[in-house]
Structure formats: structure tokens, C-alpha cells
Design a protein around this ligand. Structure first.
Ligand SMILES: *[C@@H]1O[C@H](CO)[C@@H](O)[C@H](O)[C@H]1NC(C)=O
Ligand SMILES: *[C@@H]1O[C@H](CO)[C@@H](O)[C@H](O)[C@H]1NC(C)=O
Ligand SMILES: *[C@@H]1O[C@H](CO)[C@@H](O)[C@H](O)[C@H]1NC(C)=O
Ligand SMILES: *[C@@H]1O[C@H](CO)[C@@H](O)[C@H](O)[C@H]1NC(C)=O
Length: 312
């Protein structure tokens, strides 16, 4: 956790440094120009959820001539414009006026959905629209690559894979007395990912607690206790891929998820699970499945079940 935070801050600091450097260069450029001119900047955007960074490459005394402007602002300086661009997911570059707009001390800032590499001899990495199913493409010039931002339930490097919801009614499971939830495969195929999306309710392994969790217990906030089994109660997910599976209570850790994650995903499956249409599966609270210390359990959680059928 600490590690992650310090890396994030480092990215942020380097963004500030590179931006101020650019501002410096820009000041020199503007003194020599007679007409108000623009800087065209191309940048790469990387993302952490909270903080973002950009590597800006400036082109002095150039304006990228495209009619479609995503958004226009009046800003104090170059840095403000850069941050507007970072905040806008569609923004690949911006034009920044080196002189203030007439009658103000603010500069015009136009966010653009395109960049210089789209309008020059450089072949854009996104030119062939590699992202499928409505996904948008962002070039990563640093490593001659690109990333796709996928829509809806699509995912994967090229947005070709899709999460497929297989239940009709919510699948609800309790915490004691064989109160498992049921769902069935809607077609025949090989499942190689499965996710549960919490809809409502909560569960707990101790009845005297006022709070509760979506998938686990107040006493195990970093662990999960949800198991998908077949009709004979043979555990399938997380199955053997779970780390630190407690043999008695069935609590386990799953990287990236905790007791209150809105959804949990099982995707490190050693071999895809072959299923036939109509085959039934169960969702269990671990202690209920094992019949251990379940008498003080309370609650019920409901979820939708999504799978990815392997593309042959
Ligand atoms: C900018 O592009 C428009 C058409 O998109 C063109 O008419 C105009 O001449 C261009 N301006 C410059 C300065 O190249
Ligand atoms: C290229 O430009 C077009 C519009 O001019 C834009 O729709 C597209 O997203 C741009 N792609 C890249 C990779 O810059
Ligand atoms: C390119 O760089 C991005 C971010 O810097 C990284 O996420 C991605 O994995 C890299 N891709 C390749 C092919 O190296
Ligand atoms: C748990 O209890 C139920 C009902 O008494 C029983 O059918 C089931 O076999 C038990 N499971 C285990 C793992 O002991």
C-alpha cells in the first residue's frame, strides 16, 4: 500500500517538473513571436485512478489545424491547459495561445481529440482502429503501442472479449443451514473467467456486529468467503487458485478484492471449465459449505453472475 502510494506521487511530481520545463521554453518562444501563436502539444496519458501524469512534447509556434475542438477554456497558464487535457479522457493534445486573449490576462486553451501524429507523415498507432466493439484507442508513443478503452462489458487488449451475464434472477446466498444460491450455464462451452457483481444484501459470520460485508465477515475484511461449486458441492472457484485458503473456515485472499468489493473476479483459472447448457452451479458462503461455526452467521447477499466463454 505504501509502495503504491509513493510510486503514484513520483509520477505526479515528474509531471509537474516536465510541465514547468515546458512553460520555460514556451516563454522564450513567445518573446520572439509577433503574432499570437499557439503551442501544439502531444502527450501520452497514463492513469492511476486518483492522480494522472502526462509526458508533454511541445511544438512551439505551431497550431494543430483541426476544426473539432472537444472543449475550450480560458486559463492562467500552460499548466492549467495541460491539466484540463489530462482530465478529459478524449483529449490527445491541445492548442494553447501564447498571448492572453484580448482584454484579459487569460490564455485560450483548446482540447483536441487528435494529435500531430495523426496529421503528419507519422503513422498513427491507432490508425487501423484496432479496438473492437466501440472501444476507443489511445496511442502510447513511448513504447510504440496503444491501449483500448473498452465499452460496457467488453474487455481485453482489443476489446474483443465480453462479459456475459448468465443468470436471469439475482442469485442469493445465505450464511447457514445449506442456504446456497443457484444458477446455470446458458450455453455449452469453456468458461475461463467468472465474476460476481453484488446487487443487494450483506453477510456476516458474527451476529452481534452492527456492520456487515458483501462477501465475507467483519472479522475478515481482507478476505473473501464465497465459493462457487458444482451440484455435488465440489469447489470450482476460487478452487485451487485461492491463496492462503483456511482449511477450516474457507476464508481466502484474492488479490485486488476484499470483503466489500462491488464485484469479485476469478480469472487465474489453471484450466478452463467445460460446461454444458443447463448445468447447475452453486454459490456458497464458506462456513455454510463446511458446516463450521455457522450458528452465529447472519445475512444474505445477492449477485449477478458473469462469465467469459473461451473464444475457440
Ligand atoms: C485549416 O483547415 C481548414 C480545413 O479543415 C483549411 O480550410 C484552412 O486553410 C487550414 N488553415 C491553415 C492555416 O492551414
Ligand atoms: C485521429 O484523428 C481523428 C479525427 O481527426 C480522431 O477521430 C482520431 O481519434 C485520431 N486518432 C488518433 C490516434 O490520434
Ligand atoms: C507501454 O507502456 C504502458 C504504460 O507506460 C504499459 O502499460 C504497457 O504495458 C506498455 N506496452 C508495451 C507493449 O510495452
Ligand atoms: C453439512 O450439513 C448438511 C446438512 O446437515 C449435510 O448434508 C452436509 O453433507 C454437510 N457438509 C459437510 C461438508 O459436512
Amino acid at each position: 500500500m505504501k509502495m503504491h502510494l509513493s510510486i503514484t506521487v513520483a509520477w505526479f511530481v515528474s509531471a509537474l517538473l516536465s510541465l514547468s520545463k515546458v512553460t520555460q521554453q514556451f516563454s522564450e518562444g513567445s518573446t520572439s513571436s509577433v503574432e499570437p501563436t499557439s503551442i501544439y502539444s502531444q502527450f501520452e496519458q497514463g492513469g492511476y485512478e486518483v492522480l494522472q501524469y502526462g509526458n508533454f512534447k511541445e511544438f512551439l509556434d505551431h497550431k494543430l489545424n483541426i476544426s473539432q475542438v472537444l472543449a475550450s477554456f480560458l486559463v492562467k497558464d500552460y499548466t492549467d491547459c495541460a491539466f484540463k487535457c489530462l482530465d478529459n479522457i478524449g483529449c490527445l493534445s491541445f492548442n494553447f495561445a501564447t498571448k492572453p486573449a484580448i482584454g484579459t490576462d487569460q490564455h485560450s486553451c483548446h482540447l483536441l481529440a487528435s494529435d500531430r501524429f495523426n496529421h503528419s507523415t507519422h503513422l498513427s498507432l491507432c490508425e487501423n482502429s484496432p479496438c473492437q466493439n466501440g472501444g476507443s484507442c489511445r496511442p502510447l508513443y513511448q513504447n510504440k503501442s496503444f491501449v483500448c478503452n473498452c465499452l460496457g462489458n467488453y474487455f481485453g487488449p482489443l476489446c474483443k472479449k465480453v462479459w456475459h451475464k448468465i443468470n436471469t434472477d439475482p442469485v442469493c446466498f445465505g450464511t447457514r443451514d445449506e442456504d446456497f444460491g443457484s444458477f446455470e450455464a446458458d450455453k455449452t462451452g469453456n468458461i475461463h473467467k467468472i465474476k460476481l457483481v453484488h446487487i443487494s444484501g450483506s453477510v456476516n459470520c458474527i451476529s452481534d456486529q452492527v456492520t456487515s460485508t458483501k462477501w465475507s465477515c467483519d472479522l475478515h475484511l481482507n478476505e473473501l468467503n464465497i465459493h462457487i461449486t458444482d451440484q455435488n458441492n465440489i469447489p470450482l472457484f476460487p478452487g485451487r487458485s485461492a491463496i492462503n485458503l483456511n482449511p477450516h473456515s474457507f476464508f481466502y485472499q484474492l488479490s485486488g478484492f476484499d470483503a466489500n468489493s462491488p464485484e469479485i473476479v476469478f480469472d487465474s483459472i489453471p484450466t478452463p471449465l467445460a460446461v454444458t447448457a443447463g448445468q447447475k452451479f452453486r454459490i456458497w458462503y464458506g462456513e455454510d459449505l463446511r458446516n463450521v461455526t455457522e450458528q452465529d452467521n447472519i445475512g444474505k447477499s445477492c449477485a449477478d453472475v458473469y462469465v467469459v466463454y473461451q473464444i475457440e
